[in-house]
Unconditional design. Structure first.
Length: 582
């Protein structure tokens, strides 16, 4: 055999590389979508065409900061839609760590994934629009990715769109009046729906068959969009995961308080609100973050939320219960995870309620009582009435179903940590979501209620209380937080297939039933009946934590009075009234 010289080997290597590159250039197809705004060039992924970083509104910078979104200009060149756009600025500097994207105020982008095959229906494929979570303070569409969505949803004949919106003070600061009513982030979401309505047919989507969905703050956003007359008519169905406008982070009047603190810290607190707005527009983003650093942080279980949606007489032109009553009744899937707050309490997701290792290792009855007294019902919120209030809460949460006197230290620790997760899950997520389900049911909305009860053991190896946590669907529907392949179980596969199939069936037909599961809408006679996605048999369950629900929405208000509830994190007097009528 003839020898090949070193130079010959190098030449052969170069030829091989060039050949492979040329093959890739020849066979790599870049799909182009022709739209009223111009051409968009994306890329292929498996059985889909993917278009990323599509601008849906003009950059909200300069004089457009704190203003409602405005129309995007038509482009003459081919728009490169092969990469995600900038992430929106977070509410706090320390939340930068939650994104890998470049952060910029120029962030109003969306992404579209569409099946390669032409639709059999001439109207196009049904469309899913997904809104990310993050407590209205962080999050972006790149975190969701596109691969899992293509594999689980687009592959079933659905066009998927993921959107971004302004967050934190840029999305929800307010002067409390018409000058800056707040809810700019919700207007972004609404404008994205308008944009999708005008462009989605160019991506094989059916503009008359749109379902909107979201997790956590994204789910609360969906709830807001269902009842606002500015957005309610833009879609057909909804899917909500673990979040509601009736949650503490979903809608409150805190934004006005913290906005005033921010204006003062930034040197913009003027007598005239128009002057405040102009001053805030002229500040650099770094100057606004410096001001936020001075204001400090206020946390919920999940996030450092200070700027949230509010009832502004603009996006929400009336009381929530009235808006729910008069809005078009949208068929809805609404769900919760079994242990919502476990992920928020036992990691670094926030900076106030996160428990340190020593506290977790030694948690007991006194620890739980202290948590209730200092975090759930602090004196500055309950005043002189706090003693009786805490007594009733201690009696139900701490003393009910006591642990055996012969229990070991580890059994005691586990018992009270479980109770802590129950308490915080109920007051932070469960009761608010359940209330939205019930008030919509009461007003004739078709509701499919579900729970997510499956979890991967490996992914929760460091959590002292295991179970399906907040964003339980994340590892199965999105590219974020993937399960290692060698840790992916048959139950994981069953959960992923069942959930994605049910969702897809609902998007396409309005009915989430799948396989041998016949799933009916709620009725007033069976208002807690729900489907449990458990990774095994997936079963219909007749009751949802009725003892805990009744305590918070019926018993507790009777014992302490409904007036004090509005000053605490416990569900409000309005919930008590609705559930009394139910």
């Amino acid at each position: 055999m003839a020898r090949i010289s070193i130079n010959g080997k190098i030449l052969l290597l170069i030829i091989t590389i060039l050949y492979n590159l040329s093959n890739n250039l020849v066979y790599t197809f870049r799909p182009k979508a022709s739209t009223p705004l111009g051409f968009y060039e994306g890329f292929e992924y498996k059985n889909a065409y993917v278009y990323l970083g599509i601008r849906y509104a003009s950059p909200p910078i300069g004089e457009k900061r704190f203003e409602k979104p405005t129309v995007v200009e038509r482009h003459d060149d081919i728009y490169d839609a092969s990469h995600f756009g900038n992430a929106c600025p977070t509410g706090h500097r320390h939340e930068f760590k939650y994104t890998k994207q470049n952060i910029s105020e120029d962030c109003l982008f969306l992404n579209i994934m569409t099946p390669k095959d032409e639709p059999k229906n001439k109207s196009g494929y049904p469309v899913l629009v997904y809104i990310h979570g993050g407590g209205f303070s962080f999050g972006d569409s790149a975190y969701l990715g596109y691969k899992k969505l293509v594999e689980n949803i687009v592959s079933k004949g659905i066009v998927v769109v993921t959107i971004q919106y302004r967050l934190g003070f840029l999305g929800f600061a307010t002067t409390g009046d018409h000058v800056l009513p707040g809810n700019i982030g919700l207007w972004d979401q609404t404008y994205a729906l308008y944009f999708i309505d005008g462009i989605i047919t160019s991506f094989r989507g059916n503009r008359d068959d749109i379902t909107i969905s979201g997790t956590s703050a994204g789910s609360a956003s969906v709830g807001a969009l269902t009842i606002s007359p500015h957005s309610n008519f833009m879609f057909k169905r909804t899917i909500q995961f673990s979040g509601s406008i009736f949650n503490d982070f979903g809608l409150s009047e805190q934004s006005e308080i913290y906005s005033k603190n921010l204006f003062e810290s930034a040197g913009c607190l003027k007598k005239d609100n128009l002057q405040i707005l102009q001053c805030m527009k002229e500040k650099t983003l770094d100057e606004l973050y410096d001001a936020m650093d001075k204001v400090g942080i206020h946390s919920s279980i999940f996030t450092d939320h200070m700027f949230t949606p509010r009832n502004d007489d603009d996006f929400f032109p009336g009381k929530l219960d009235t808006l729910i009553k008069v809005a078009d009744k949208k068929p809805s899937m609404i769900g919760l995870a079994t242990k919502e707050t476990s992920v928020g309490l036992f990691n670094d997701f926030n900076r106030t309620y996160n428990l340190d290792k020593e506290t977790i290792d030694n948690f007991d009855k006194k620890s739980l009582e202290s948590f209730i007294a200092q975090i759930v019902l602090p004196y500055d919120e309950t005043g002189r009435n706090g003693g009786a209030f805490r007594h009733h809460l201690f009696n139900f949460v701490v003393d009910k179903n006591p642990i055996s006197e012969t229990a070991t230290k580890e059994e005691i620790r586990q018992h009270y940590l479980e109770k802590l997760v129950e308490l915080t899950s109920d007051i932070s997520i469960n009761i608010g979501v359940y209330h939205e389900i019930q008030i919509k049911l009461y007003n004739g909305w078709p509701i499919y209620f579900f729970t997510m009860d499956h979890y991967n053991e490996y992914m929760q190896r460091n959590l002292p209380v295991k179970g399906a946590t907040h964003v339980a669907e994340g590892s199965y529907l999105f590219d974020s937080d993937p399960i290692p392949m060698d840790k992916y179980t048959e139950e994981d596969k069953n959960f992923e297939e069942s959930l994605s199939t049910s969702i897809s069936n609902f998007i396409k037909t309005g009915n989430p039933s799948f396989k041998n599961i016949s799933w009916d809408v709620l009725t007033k006679e069976s208002s807690s009946k729900h489907l449990s996605f458990d990774g095994k048999e997936n079963k219909i369950v007749s009751d949802y934590n009725s003892e805990r629900i009744n305590f918070y929405v019926k018993e507790l208000p009777k014992k302490v009075g409904t007036g004090i509830l509005s000053k605490t994190r416990i569900p409000s007097a309005e919930m008590h009234r609705i559930h009394t009528e139910l």
